[in-house]
Design a protein. Structure first.
Length: 318
């Protein structure tokens, strides 16, 4: 009897801990399943019957006074843009949920401390809390990205979007998979710092918005720009269908400077020794270098936020 009384409390197996997370956050799991299913269905519709109808309407011959493609083309583009907007907005939802419900609410209610004292270590608790959503988010967003690329590559109507469009670029590659993981990590960190559901929700939102903005600004500069130069007659000669960067004037020595003649007269270039203009851009051939470098940056920031969350948890628990 003494041996039984003093035996250490058995900790749950990792598989049981994962099931507990799924059971506790079942509404979020149901929402995620419905989200992936609904967006996938719309993308597949646009790729199949919606795209076929739009292509047929696009090829319809014009009358003397009118080229009417009907609603088919508009609906096709609306479905594409709607799904794209949902994919790019997903990290915000993840950060809100992670900061408010996944971590902040459990710390506020004391259920996290109860779990640490009776069944599972703080580190395993946080690991399970992050690993299960991360796996489900990765699987779901990977499917959505593949379907988005399938629709984009089909181009049933040869007009309406470009690889460099804001939203299209992010949703067409691994960036769309990495950003929800960043939202998860930042939301979890915010929830631990705040210790309250509402504060964690707000903190996750602000942290995710700040990180996404800074990464978005830095992303195009991670890959060397291509430069096009035009003479005074051509002006800025960057090709179309690209990601545009900086631009300015070129002097007779080849130096690139800010254009001092915007809105000035024809005598201004000669007065400043300007012989042409330059434009920085990324062509479509740099899609994958841009995607992979920005994805790596996102994952590094997510890893740092995760490490900070574990370090904070160790400091707060015995």
């Amino acid at each position: 009897m003494t041996a039984l009384a003093t035996a250490p409390t058995a900790r749950p197996r990792p598989a049981r801990a994962w099931r507990a997370v799924v059971r506790l956050h079942r509404p979020a799991l149901v929402f995620w399943g419905l989200f992936v299913a609904a967006v996938s269905a719309v993308l597949l519709w646009a790729y199949g019957p919606g795209g076929n109808a739009a292509a047929a309407a696009w090829r319809r011959p014009c009358t003397v006074d009118l080229c009417d493609t009907g609603y088919a083309v508009d609906t096709y583009h609306l479905a594409y843009r709607f799904c794209e907007a949902l994919i790019t907005f997903l990290p915000v939802l993840v950060a809100l949920w992670a900061g408010g419900l996944l971590i902040g609410r459990e710390v506020e209610n004391g259920t996290a401390e109860l779990a640490w004292s009776q069944s599972v270590s703080p580190a395993r608790w946080l690991l399970t809390k992050l690993a299960v959503p991360a796996a489900l988010l990765t699987a779901g967003t990977t499917l959505l990205v593949l379907l988005h690329r399938l629709l984009f590559d089909a181009h049933q109507v040869p007009k309406g979007w470009n690889w460099s469009d804001s939203g299209t670029f992010e949703a067409n590659g691994p960036i769309a998979v990495a950003y929800p993981l960043l939202g998860l990590a930042l939301g979890a960190l915010a929830g631990l710092i705040a210790g309250r559901a509402v504060r964690g929700l707000i903190g996750g939102l602000l942290a995710n918005a700040t990180a996404a903005t800074l990464i978005g600004l830095a992303g195009p500069h991670l890959v060397p720009w291509r430069i096009s130069v035009g003479d005074l007659k051509e002006g800025y000669a960057a090709p179309s269908g690209v990601i545009h960067g900086g631009e300015g004037a070129v002097t007779s020595t080849g130096a690139h400077i800010a254009d001092p003649c915007t809105g000035a007269g024809k005598a201004c270039p000669a007065a400043h020794d300007i012989v042409g203009y330059y434009s920085e851009y990324h062509p479509s051939s740099q899609f994958w270098p841009l995607q992979l470098t920005e994805t790596a940056l996102i994952l590094v920031v997510a890893a740092l936020a995760t490490a900070a969350a574990f370090a904070l948890l160790r400091r707060r628990t015995p």
